[in-house]
Structures are given as C-alpha cells and as structure tokens.
Design a binder for this molecule. Structure first.
Ligand code: NAG
Length: 462
C-alpha cells in the first residue's frame, strides 16, 4: 500500500513537472506554403546573347526553361522538410496521402511549376507510402490543381492574367530610366562590357540604350539567370575561363538590382504583381471552424518577391546573396492559436535548399546531399510586427488593407488597361476547396503500412 501510493505520488509529481516544463503549446490550425520552382535551364535566346555559353548550355540535359535534375532534387527537399515538420515532428498532416480535406496543392501552369509540384509530392509522400496494389514501390500520386490560361490572377497576373498590358507599359518606362542610369554610372557599364566581351556579344550596344531593340534589363536578366542556373546545377559559370569570378559577382549584383528595380519600382507594381495572392492567403488563414488545412502553392519567383514586399518582410538568408531567394525558396505561413489567446497569430518562415550540389553524388545516385538533407529555414517577421511577441493575423490584415488603400487592388490597377476577355475572372480551385464539405472517407488501414512507412523515412534514392 505504502509503496503503491509512493508510486502514485511520483506519477503525479512527474505529471506536474511535465506540465510545468511543457506549457500547452499553441495549436497549429492552418499552413499556407508558397514555393518558387526549382532550378531550370536558361531561356531560349541565351546563345544569341551569349554565344560562349554554348559548352555550359550543352551540359544541361533539358530544353530551354525546363526543370533540371537539381531543380527536381530541390523540390524533393522542400517535400522532405514539409514531411519532417508536419508528419514526423507534429501530426498536423496524416502521414500518408488521404483525401480528407486537409491537403491542397495548386500550381501555376508553367511546365516547370507542375513538374516542381510533382517532385515536391514525391518528397512529401515518398515511395513506400502509397496504397498497395499499384506499382511495387508503392508511389503516391497526388492531385495537382492548376489555373485557367489567360485568367490566372492568383499566381501570374502579369504573365497570364489581367495585368500584362499595364506591366508591359510600366517596365518599358522603368527600363528607360535604368538605361539612363547606366550612362550616369560608368562602373556599371564597364562590368556589362566585360561580361559582354566574355560572352562574345555586346550587351550595351545591342540594348535599346545602344540603339538596338532589346530592353537592357531584359538582356541582363536572361544572361544572369543563365549564370545562376549553371552555378545552381554545379557547373562553372566562367564561360570556359573567359569570365573572372570577381566580375561575375559584380554582374550578379547589378542584375539583381536591375530586376528588383525593374519589377518592383513602385508600390503599384508590388500590388498588381501580387495579384490575388495576398487576399487568398488571408482568406486561407482565416478559419471559422477548427479544421486543419495545409495549402501548397507553386509559382514563379516574381510572386514570392512581390508578396514579401507586399507584407513588408525583410529577406535575409544566411550564406545567400543579399535579398536573394534561391531557386525552390519557399515561404511558409502558420496560423497558431495558443490557449487563452483571444486571437490567432502568424509565424512565417522562409526555407531555402541546401547549397551543396554534389554533382558526383547525383550522377551515381548515391548520397546526393539535396535528397539527404532538409535545407535551411529562418523565421521572418513583417516590419509591422517587429516589436511584438506575436504577430497577430489582425495586424497582417491591417497591412493588407492599408497597402490596398494606398495603391488600389490589382483589379483597379490593371482593369483599365486590360482587354475585354482578360477581365473575365474565373474561380480558382482554392476557392472551391475552401468551401465546407462533408468528408466521407475512411483512412486506409493497411497492416503492411507501418513497415512501409519506416522504410519510407529512410528511403532517399535507390
Ligand atoms: C523537427 O524537430 C527537430 C528537433 O526539435 C528540429 O531540429 C527540426 O528542425 C524540426 N524539423 C522541422 C522541419 O521543423
């Protein structure tokens, strides 16, 4: 008896100490994720504007613009990180795919985004976690929603939606001021000339500033992408020894500044490049009920930069060029509600892939660091929340409203310039998915599953 009640006391004491050391953690209610696609091949005109890139271009296996093997690996890594965070570390998501209303994925319609979504799904639900009775490795096929061509104001309002005409006019105007700036800054011009010489193409003379036909920022961006994608793939970007590393670094800086100045020069540009996304993000984070929902979106880099600027998040990733979001970079918004809190708060993370490329390991299919590791993440805080311990959803909503009050919405900004058929708005799959619905599934229970799951946690590549 005495011994028993002693045990009881110890148990109670233990419980109390557990409670004390683990205060009830806030419950995670919603997760919204936005990724930039993985690494890709340079755009088509690259050999016209840089003939000496030919040997580098030949190392890439795919067509112009196509997702590369490194791009696939990077997206797999995003999936692996997501699995670790929401299936292994927490039970926010079921550990295998099931259509129970918790998981949603929508991709912008470019092939490289759809391919990225597929590779993300493979990292999130690795082979072995799919249902038995299909292929022996038990892959999981996931549904991927996309967009209606010509009516995509969610991900790509400037390329595939209402804002193309307005954007075209704005960037032509900005390009002119960038070209004037070039004349005022001979140091820039000398870097562009050195790079042009290494390429075998005179960038400045062939730009509109030099009375050619192309916008200088466009030339500079296409070429810088080609260098960045080569570096990302693990290939030298020195044009067979013609281009010095120090010049290349200066060029990267100029190109990045051009891109940022060109696309995001004015608050209006930030608002309309963001399109519907900020509004949909807030709608997705507002939860009337207690349902858990995970929403994953895939788009081009411009949307990520625009949305971070829209909500005024500083970008600072350790070991990455200042302000830069590498390929496959991912923004993660989590909605938490702690016990006792009257309103929910947001935690935001920026994730980026491990920078070890491991070309040799990739070619042999073993120990590929991109498939073995889970990348990096850092918490990011909008400036409106920087002095607060919790960034309330209501604060973010205020930022949203005040920006729109200042600039107008994408629709107000773009509709006056848009063609009649571009004004037609189509519902996006996310609108339908967020409607309440009855879930009538039964989780599939499979005796083998535990074994396969264990294997899946270890499977990387074989
Ligand atoms: C999972 O938990 C471990 C241990 O706390 C932590 O180090 C790791 O960063 C977490 N992973 C993710 C993806 O959040």
């Amino acid at each position: 008896m005495v011994a028993l009640s002693m045990t009881g006391c110890i148990l109670v004491a233990c419980l109390l100490c557990l409670l004390a050391s683990h205060p009830t953690h806030g419950e995670l209610k919603r997760v919204v994720v936005l990724s930039r696609h993985g690494n890709r091949v340079a755009n088509e005109p690259i050999l016209d504007i840089c003939p000496n890139y030919a040997s580098t271009r030949n190392r890439f296996k795919g067509a112009a613009g196509e997702l590369t093997p490194v791009g696939l690996c990077e997206m797999y890594q995003v999936g692996k990180w997501t699995r670790e965070r929401y299936m292994v570390n927490t039970t926010f998501l079921p550990d295998h795919y099931v259509d129970d209303g918790t998981f949603f994925l929508q991709s912008e319609s470019a092939d490289r985004n759809l391919m990225s979504a597929t590779a993300f799904g493979q990292g999130l639900f690795p082979d072995g976690t799919g249902p038995p009775g299909y292929l022996p490795d038990r892959p999981q096929i996931i549904p991927i929603q996309t967009t209606t061509p010509g009516h995509d104001n969610l991900f790509n309002s400037v390329g595939d939606g209402m804002c193309g005409t307005r954007f075209g006019a704005d960037i032509a105007h900005t390009a002119a001021s960038i070209e004037n700036h070039l004349q005022a800054e001979p140091a820039f011009e000398s870097v562009l000339n050195e790079v042009g010489q290494a390429c075998g193409y005179d960038l400045v003379a062939n730009s509109r500033a030099g009375e050619g036909t192309k916008l200088l920022p466009d030339l500079v961006k296409t070429l810088d992408d080609a260098f960045l994608f080569a570096e990302d793939e693990g290939y030298p970007a020195d044009l067979d020894g013609r281009l010095e590393q120090s010049v290349l670094e200066k060029y990267h800086t100029i190109a990045f500044d051009y891109l940022m100045g060109w696309f995001f020069e004015t608050p209006a540009q930030i608002s309309y490049i963001s399109g519907q996304f900020p509004g949909k993000l807030l709608a997705a984070l507002q939860t009337e009920d207690d349902s858990k929902k995970f929403m994953y979106f895939l788009a081009h880099r411009e949307l990520l930069y625009a949305v971070l600027k829209f909500f005024d998040y500083p970008i600072a990733l350790t070991g990455v060029r200042k302000g830069y979001l590498p390929t496959a970079s991912t923004i993660v918004w989590e909605l938490h509600k702690d016990e006792g809190d009257t309103e929910p708060h947001i935690k935001t993370f920026i994730w980026w892939p491990t920078q070890e490329r491991g070309e040799k390991e990739r070619s042999t299919g073993k120990d590929n660091p991109l498939l073995m590791q889970t990348g990096h993440d850092v918490e990011a805080t909008p400036n409106a929340c920087k002095d607060m311990t919790k960034c309330h959803l209501s604060t973010i909503l205020e930022v949203f409203k005040s920006r729109l009050a200042k600039t107008g919405s994408y629709k107000e900004l773009c509709a006056p310039h848009a063609a009649v058929n571009e004004l037609v708005e189509k519902p996006s799959p996310i609108d339908l998915w967020l409607q309440p619905r009855e879930v009538s599934h039964k989780l599939f229970i499979d005796e083998d599953y535990a074994l396969h799951k264990q294997a899946a946690e270890q499977i990387i590549y074989n």
